[in-house]
Design a binder for this molecule. Structure first.
Ligand SMILES: NC(=O)c1ccc[n+]([C@@H]2O[C@H](COP(=O)([O-])OP(=O)(O)OC[C@H]3O[C@@H](n4cnc5c(N)ncnc54)[C@H](O)[C@@H]3O)[C@@H](O)[C@H]2O)c1
Ligand SMILES: [Zn+2]
Length: 355
């Protein structure tokens, strides 16, 4: 059984992908088909769909990891496409996590002014977040996602089967985005996930569907991030900062792990303002602590963090803009706090909230 979600220009299939993908590919029977993987998805994911692909396909595999989401890898991909004689009517399949999806989609959208592409996300993060919404791109000069385009795929096939081989830490990192979606917009989803123990076996399909519905609604209402799409930044204003300063340390955090800390601190800001009741705040705090084994932020890093926040060009003067939750299922965009207050919130996280 597959569930179907429709966005403005494309469908998202959730469930066993082989049948729906095979049907979709019949539209391309006389076209060239390219499949992009990284070294892990080539090993762990390709076999699930290999038998339904045409025999004459171009396989491109790239090294895994964010450090390869760059122009050098794009050049490698574009060269392969040219060499294989890929044309405007042909199709590219991006089989992988957010790195493969963002970069593969970007390469497809710019090659010969754009060829069709589909997303087959293989990480939890890319299933509920990166594969929908049309944002594509790469990192450039050390700035994340600084080169890119908005372009929709022809379809997205979300098959939870792929999660079986995903490292548990990556799985948990993606779960942070599901928690975010629940908190900003779906109290019912929150009530379901709050009982989840990430270390046990989980039936992901219904959770992924509900989580995708949250993002679907938001990106449909505001495709180019003029207003309500900012709600998706919940946990990310502080989360990105922490991710940034932690990158300099050896034991750096995964994206979702940093966002989990961000969600705790931003929920505290919301509780302090009175948007979240004490009871709701405590339930968020306890759930995130239990799921992510939250650790304090190294004191030296707090100053680096504040410097980074001040340098962020999105934040004029001393003010930092947030999207915060409260009550659960509702979000306030353009919530503003000054830098000293944010520093205080980080200290409270370290000294009070983690006790
Ligand atoms: N476009 C968007 O709207 C959007 C939203 C959120 C994040 N992103 C981007 O997504 C990227 C992060 O995505 P990610 O977390 O999926 O990272 P990723 O693509 O690097 O995947 C994480 C790791 O898991 C491996 N992997 C993937 N699927 C696997 C599987 N099924 N089994 C075993 N290993 C597997 C990958 O090879 C990689 O080593 C970032 O570049 C971020 O900017 C984009
Ligand atoms: Zn995120």
């Amino acid at each position: 059984m597959t569930e179907l979600l429709s966005l403005a220009n494309y469908d998202v299939f959730v469930g066993n992908c082989t049948e729906s993908l095979s049907l979709f590919l019949s539209n391309y029977s006389h076209r060239k088909v390219v499949i992009l993987t990284d070294e892990n998805t080539q090993t762990f994911c390709f076999d699930r769909i290999r038998h339904i692909l045409p025999t004459n396909i171009l396989e491109i595999s790239i090294p895994a990891g964010e450090v390869h989401k760059d122009l050098i890898t794009c050049q490698f991909i574009w060269e392969k496409l040219l060499k294989f004689g890929v044309n405007r009517n042909d199709l590219m399949i991006n089989l992988g996590g957010g790195v493969v999806g963002d970069m593969g989609g970007f390469c497809a959208s710019t090659y010969k002014r754009g060829i069709d592409f589909i997303q087959i996300p293989t990480t939890l993060l890319s299933m509920v977040d990166a594969s929908i919404g049309g944002k594509l791109g790469i990192d450039f000069n050390g700035v994340k996602n600084s080169i890119g385009v908005f372009k929709d795929p022809k379809a997205v096939f979300v098959d939870p089967f792929f999660l079986n081989t995903l490292p548990k830490r990556e799985l948990r990192s993606g779960f942070a985005e599901i928690i975010k979606h629940a908190l900003i917009s779906d109290k019912f989803l929150w009530q379901q996930i709050i009982n989840i123990n990430i270390h046990t076996e989980i039936n992901w399909t219904p959770i992924i569907v509900d989580s995708l519905k949250v993002k679907q609604k938001i990106v449909t209402d505001d495709p180019f991030e003029k207003s309500i799409r900012k709600a998706l930044n919940f946990g990310h204003t502080i989360g990105h900062g922490i991710e940034g300063v932690m990158l300099l340390k050896e034991n750096s955090l995964l994206h979702g792990e940093a966002v989990a800390i961000g969600m705790v601190i931003e929920s505290w800001l919301s509780f302090h303002k009175g948007f979240l009741s004490e009871e709701e705040f405590i339930s968020i705090l306890l759930f995130l602590k239990r799921t992510f084994d939250l650790q304090p932020i190294n004191e030296e890093l707090i100053d680096d963090f504040i410097l980074l926040m001040k340098n962020d060009k999105k934040n004029e003067s001393d003010e930092i803009h947030f999207a915060v939750v409260g009550p659960i299922g509702k979000v306030h965009i353009d919530f503003v706090r000054d830098v000293p207050f944010v520093k205080k919130a980080l200290e409270i996280y370290n000294h009070n909230l983690l006790q």
